[in-house]
Design a protein around this ligand. Structure first.
Ligand SMILES: [Mg+2]
Length: 304
């Protein structure tokens, strides 16, 4: 066991040496690694891990901590990660016929009497359909939306395994597929389009093999929307029976989970409120709600 542990530490050190984001001195990195290996801490992303709430807020962004780098490595290399995303999408795919047929069903607790509406599913984008682990690995902190925007424009999108197959299965059964992302609309110098990120997002989704269009991709800061996704879910629910929600962040499912209050929420999310919601919506997880792992960033990193 000791040998195995040392081997793991050596492997980890070797991989970390290759990380472009390493900004610490070799001595400091080796010191941190030695401490991590000595204490054998299993914390992938501890409370001390100052991961940025990457796609939610520049203001909330903080430096990525050492322990989060292990999360990056896990997403980048672990077959376990890929198995989990396949698992989530596999479960969702198999549930499609039942949830389509049950006209009394909606995956939105706020939606009532939607039986006459056509079915739709709502997917998040980043770490749900496309992987940004390459961005995370190359990121020089602090996070900024323009950095992700620039990276997305200049990089071929990497798929999250299982997403394309799920979307194809849903569409084959007559289900509309919407993408609700917290990539914000921000002007780019020299471009008149007030939301050039919309086309970049559409391009990213299409690069992983999923055709879509502007009518099915909803960004934050459009039409008075905020980073709180509830408003966009309710917008879609005006014309569709939402049978599934799929995402990697609590906010992809549960309203008002963020530390930073955004309309229509009036209270910040806290660890306690999120725990209460876990219980309140217990029957949805795995039955209409399918959550994907993300140890790299998310709204969970900022709540207290
Ligand atoms: Mg996401």
């Amino acid at each position: 066991m000791l040998t195995s542990s040392n081997d793991n530490c050596r492997d980890l050190m070797k991989r970390r040496a290759n990380l472009r984001l390493c900004r610490f001195s070799v001595v400091a990195v080796l010191g941190l690694l030695a401490a991590a290996c000595t204490t054998n801490s299993g914390t992938v992303a501890s409370d001390q891990a100052m991961a940025s709430d990457t796609l939610d807020s520049d203001a909330e962004a903080e430096e990525i901590g050492e322990s989060v780098e292990l999360g990056l490595q896990w997403v980048e290399h672990a077959a376990e990660y890929r198995a989990l995303t396949r698992q989530a999408y596999g479960v969702a795919t198999r549930a499609l016929p039942e949830l389509i047929a049950d006209h009394s069903w909606s995956a939105m607790p706020e939606q009532q009497d939607a039986g006459s509406l056509p079915p739709a599913v709502i997917l998040d984008v980043d770490e749900t359909v496309v992987s940004n682990v390459g961005f995370q690995l190359s990121l020089k902190p602090p996070f900024a939306n323009w950095k992700l925007d620039e990276w997305a424009r200049n990089s071929e999108a990497t798929p999250i395994e299982g997403a394309r197959e799920f979307v194809e299965a849903a569409r084959a059964l007559g289900v509309s597929v919407f993408f609700v992302t917290n990539r914000p609309c921000e002007p780019r110098p020299g471009i008149s389009d007030p939301c050039p990120q919309r086309q970049t997002t559409i391009d990213d989704i299409e690069e992983v093999g999923i055709p879509t269009d502007a009518a099915h991709v909803l960004l934050s800061e459009e039409r008075g929307w905020t980073r709180e996704k509830l408003s966009r879910r309710l917008y879609i629910a005006q014309n569709y029976r939402v049978i599934m929600l799929i995402g990697d962040d609590y906010g992809d499912f549960v309203p008002c989970t963020r530390k930073k209050v955004a309309a229509p929420c009036t209270q910040p999310g806290t660890r306690a409120s999120r725990a209460a919601a876990l219980e309140k919506y217990r029957d949805y997880w795995g039955q209409g709600w399918y959550i994907l792992p993300n140890p790299m960033h998310g709204s969970w990193t900022t709540v207290e």
